[in-house]
Design a protein around this ligand. Structure first.
Ligand SMILES: [Zn+2]
Length: 397
């Protein structure tokens, strides 16, 4: 159970046993007329409902205050401590969360199930505090004990990604896949691509190819794999093979066209395959709704058929897919052919459109909504892989 991601309502359910105990204690207190204990339990249940109220009103600091009092009353209630530790961690008070969970783990009367839940929580506290070595040791123990192993494995994979230990990340992702039956193929392929990219940076192209083969074995439609493969061929000046790889990347996932087109166009030029380029871009324009392939094709038409044909094509496309970047290209194309006041106005227009685009997020994570100016294979916010994609809008792509 991942308590960090629990919403307040679910947390309330966790705390219901506390309320029930408080309520039955209150009834018992009334029946036996045991005044002192009755008063104590009434106080307890009023604390509890006040805590609920704060949680529902999203006032976690006040809720923490109340639940701390509850925890004092109910020294034996594991749920209260778990809820309290979870609240501390969510508030960023990791030291306090660690103390609560360490205290829980050290209790002699805890059941095995309760202890492992507390250990899992403690591991999350350590991760949050940046104590990755301690978190790793703890999650390793949980996996060895076969307690909450899938959660522990997911945390371990997150740690290895953070440390960029891709071999260990791959090994643990495979174990997770085996344990849960949920495919990790696309993620494993990304880890292989990280290794391939590392090898490429060091000039170890054969080693990089080995990792790419493994990436394609895990995930045959790995767009990033084709992209790296294209770069490897380009470095070897094998331009025909580079063209093929980059084209395969477009076919694998057309959303990555803004990343693939620049090196692909370069490879076409080196291979002297401009007719093939025009044909391929023609297909891409039909399948991809952003402006990038239109601008590339406009440039090709300008080189082959002159300015007039290029502007005619761009204008026609802009009617179908209005775009600020496209408008800027049109202004640039028109600027040189104007004089005097009209020219000055075009210069102003160009500066204005440039300002419109400045600082805009061009990419967005389709998992968490994180906006970015540049592309990332791993979302910097939610750490999802391949989720950051171009935004298709008038002012973006
Ligand atoms: Zn994200």
């Amino acid at each position: 159970m991942n308590l960090q991601s629990i919403d307040p309502l679910l947390l309330l359910f966790l705390l219901i046993p506390v309320a029930a105990a408080a309520w039955s204690g209150w009834l018992l207190g009334r029946r036996t007329s045991a005044r002192r204990s009755g008063a104590r339990v009434t106080e307890l249940s009023s604390h509890y409902f006040r805590g609920l109220n704060y949680l529902l009103n999203e006032q976690p600091d006040k809720a923490i205050e109340v639940f701390m009092k509850l925890a004092e009353f109910n020294r034996d209630t594991v749920e209260t401590h778990l809820a309290l530790g979870n609240l501390f961690r969510r508030r960023g008070e990791v030291d306090r969360a660690i103390r609560v969970h360490q205290h829980l783990v050290s209790r002699p009367n805890l059941s095995e199930a309760e202890r492992t839940v507390a250990l899992l929580e403690l591991g999350e506290d350590y991760m949050r505090a940046g104590l990755l070595d301690r978190a790793e040791a703890l999650f390793d123990d949980l996996v060895a004990m076969d307690a909450h192993a899938p959660s522990a494995l997911r945390h371990l994979i997150a740690i290895y990604q953070h440390e960029r230990d891709w071999h260990k990340a791959i090994g643990h992702a495979r174990r997770l896949e085996k344990m849960t039956g949920d495919s990790q193929a696309a993620t494993i392929a990304q880890f292989q691509c990280e290794l391939a990219e590392q090898a490429r940076q060091h000039g170890a192209r054969a080693e990089a190819r080995g990792y790419l083969d493994e990436a394609f074995t895990s995930h045959p439609g790995c767009v990033r794999g084709y992209l790296i493969s294209g770069h490897l061929y380009a470095e070897e000046e094998n331009w025909h093979a580079a063209v093929l790889s980059f084209e395969k990347a477009v076919d694998a996932d057309i959303d990555f066209v803004p990343e693939i087109l620049p090196p692909l166009l370069d490879a076409y030029a080196h291979a002297g395959q401009m007719e093939r380029a025009e044909k391929f871009l023609g297909h891409v324009v039909e399948r991809y709704h952003g402006i990038t392939p239109v601008l590339a094709l406009t440039k090709l038409y300008r080189q082959r058929e002159g300015e007039r044909a290029a502007v005619a094509f761009l204008t026609e496309q802009l009617r179908q897919r209005p775009s600020v970047r496209g408008m800027m290209a049109l202004i640039d194309a028109t600027l040189d052919r104007t004089e005097g006041e009209a020219h000055e106005n075009f210069v102003i227009l160009r500066d204005l459109t440039r300002k419109l685009l400045e600082g805009r997020a061009m990419y967005r994570c389709n998992h968490c909504g994180f906006g970015a100016k540049a592309h990332h294979w791993q979302c910097p916010s939610c750490k999802g892989w391949g989720t950051v994609r171009p935004i298709h809008s008038v002012v973006s792509e």
